[in-house]
Design a protein around this ligand. Sequence first.
Ligand code: 5GP
Length: 190
Amino acid sequence: MTSRGRLVVITGPSGVGKSTIVSEVLRRTDARYSISATTRPMRGGETDGEDYYFVTRPVFENMIETGKLLEWAEVFGGEYYGTPLEPVRDALANGEVLILEIDVQGGLLVNRKMPEADYVLLLPPDEATLAQRLTGRGTESQDATAERLAKAVEEIRIARDSGVYTIEIINDDLESAIAEVVAIVNQEST
Ligand code: 5GP
């Protein structure tokens, strides 16, 4: 293939179903996943080098200093998250579609360097549904859930105000949301 690759940046608040949608899109298309680096501890069921590159703070800070990251952020609880630059360059050079599943702010940073990428904002049908989904996780205290909800609402506001996320997909029906992202990856008209 000689065409240049593309980046599809997918963001959305916590609890919107980002990971579920992205993993299904990866299964159904040729798109590749940009594996982020993070300092947060590995969770059960996660694999190093697949879900994330789990690294120490000094290693992450070295990646920042040596320009190895396209963007990075210090997110929840002071953990670092960042997008390694090299796989992005490779994907673009090799004509591949690379999916970046990152937070709203990270997407905005990517936009400064790569405005030509597709920017997708996944949204819940409404706030009540999002609250329910966040509670439904059952892995956090009520306070933590309330905090996540407030953060989610704020993230949506920032994303919308930025004007960067020109593709909005409401995850009302999971199957349709997946199909819409698949269409974007395959560059079908949506
Ligand atoms: P989690 O710890 O639940 O896997 O992810 C927490 C948040 O970090 C999510 O909103 C996720 O999208 C975001 N995130 C994951 N990777 C990156 C990245 O490389 N850069 C940025 N800015 N955010 C990321």
